[in-house]
Ligand binder design. Sequence first.
Ligand code: SF4
Length: 715
Amino acid sequence: MRETRSTCPYCGVGCGVIIESEGAQITGVRGDPEHPANFGRLCSKGSTLHLSATPVVLQTRRLLQPLQRLERGAAPQPLAWDAAAEQVAERLAAVRAAHGPDAIGFYISGQLLTEDYHAFNKLARALVGTNNIDSNSRLCMSSAVSGYKQALGADAPPASYQDIEQADCLFIAGANPAWAHPILFRRIEAAREARPHSKIIVVDPRRTETAELADLHLQILPGTDIALFNGMLHACVWEGWIAADFIAQHTEGFDALKALVRSSTPAWAAKTCGIKEEQLLEAARLFAASPATLSLYCMGLNQSSRGTAKNTALINLHLATGQIGRAGAGPFSLTGQPNAMGGREAGGMATLLPGHRDPASAADRAEIARLWGVEALPETPGKTAVELFEAAARGEIKALWIACTNPAQSMPEQALVRAALAACEFVVLQEAFADTATAAYADLLLPAATWGEKDGTVTNSERRISRVRAAVPPPGQARADWAIVSDIARRLEQRLRPGAATSLFAFDTPEQLWLEHREATRGRDLDISGLSWALLDAQGPQQWPYPEGAGAGRQRLYEDGRFATANGRARFVAKPHGPAAEGCDARHPLTLSTGRMRDQWHGMSRSGTVDRLFESEPQPALRMNPQDLLRRHLKSGELVRVRSRRGELLLPLQADDAVGPAQAWLPMHWGDEFIGGRDARGVPLRGVNALTQPRFCPDSRQPELKYSAVRVEPV
Ligand code: SF4
């Protein structure tokens, strides 16, 4: 038996795993006791990873060879890798010649490794010449990115997991780590036991398992986070709980914020949020007066049409009370995906360039063009996830290359996304699993290697870079994502840069890609010029920044009170509370939120192959408050029709007093298992995103998956 150290491919906690294998077969997995994210622990998903790689799964669920669909709707036929790669290069070159580079789009994934991200990003920007590259991380963390940049000057989570053990007050907002980040939650529980005086405040419209642990659960109405944070700040200002010296020395913009929150009285804020005023005042007091307050936040703040403002309103509290840059204190966004952070570092999103640069900056574009050895990078702003599919539906994007993600299931307003895929002239899907909803729309399917089969790096929520290692070769003809991209890019180069002396994609190993990525970080806030794969192999995972000569990564940022803005001062961002993008009315009186179950992951392409992971939740159900069932003469277990302005689904109902009145909650994972779904025109649709809406935050462009207006009717 062979043992290989790697990283769990599910969530952003980034747990270390030891993969057991015999020959070409993965036979087991256990937690890596030396990995600082988990110290040997694994949750239900991580500990069953090997069951997603059994011979039966490999034979029945994996995409094992390139396939092409000669016409839409037909069964795909096998073709050789050479022919498939040539076809992609030829079709992309033709679309580019006929319609320009911006008629091509790339939609990639926070599940990809940093090296894969680098390859795709360079292909899109340096060779095709478009900024139309975005990632499913847009649905996950882009509001956190915008929030950090606006307030602190850089997309850099300031804290570390160790701060959980040093915090006197944990303020968990819009996050349910008990289900979404289980190993981190074990750490929260252990910290609580070790420091019984510490307090936990949970802000969540639902009484989650995380909220059960809280000293104070602020069960706010959906979409009222900014009212809560501004009301808490009002209390801090007028009670004298702010850190006046810190504000004066290290921040700017406080006067405008103070003027804004003058009207956000605790009484008004509590009423707006649907909580008691005393609860709000107690939360403000604990937040400000505790020796160290650490915020943990996630999709509840991010997946919102006001996502950036929610993030900055929380960061305002940290800055105003001086709860940042110290042990156990700071705003700490938890990433959903295993490498959302790495993708941000590599600039694999429309609104980013490598090394936390900005595609709107001519100087930043010039720096990356020089590093990559091309004359210039494209200037036209790229389209973000929702915009990319809207443009495809309008016929502006003709060719889409999708990798390691399933937008036909996971994007909001599923009908629009499916219409967009159908409208494209050419859809390439690069995937490990053969049967995703998006696969039905692909003209060409390219088999990709996945967990346990590929090498590279990922970065977790606490800026820690871990090595991902192959334990076995990819099955069938599957190849590593970076290798697929590099092969096709070299073929495209022959068409777009004939006669070029050297290839931009002369990569033989993922480490070569990583070294190029590393150069893009030199001198930046995320500088990793002091790291190497040899060092990561010898000393284990490391946090950035880790500049040349540093000798160690940095556990905590901004300890010197100097922030990443031009003048070193953090910025207060004054934004008022406002309504969600879609209001409830008499026809759609309930607010629907979606979220994770403990034992499933995203669209279940991997976790859905493991029978054991269905034991706790065999099928999706719409959860509603028992009082709402009573009022509507509905019963738990009954099949109901849930309708939004975009579509409808038939679902079993489940009474759940953890869900607030006039609200409904649905797991995000299930797609084609739903029955009786259809869009507003009656076209059959399946999955939770038949209901959700695509309106997004103007700053982060992250869609509002946590708030859709629905009604529920008996069938
Ligand atoms: Fe994997 Fe996340 Fe579970 Fe850790 S907590 S084992 S990273 S799914």
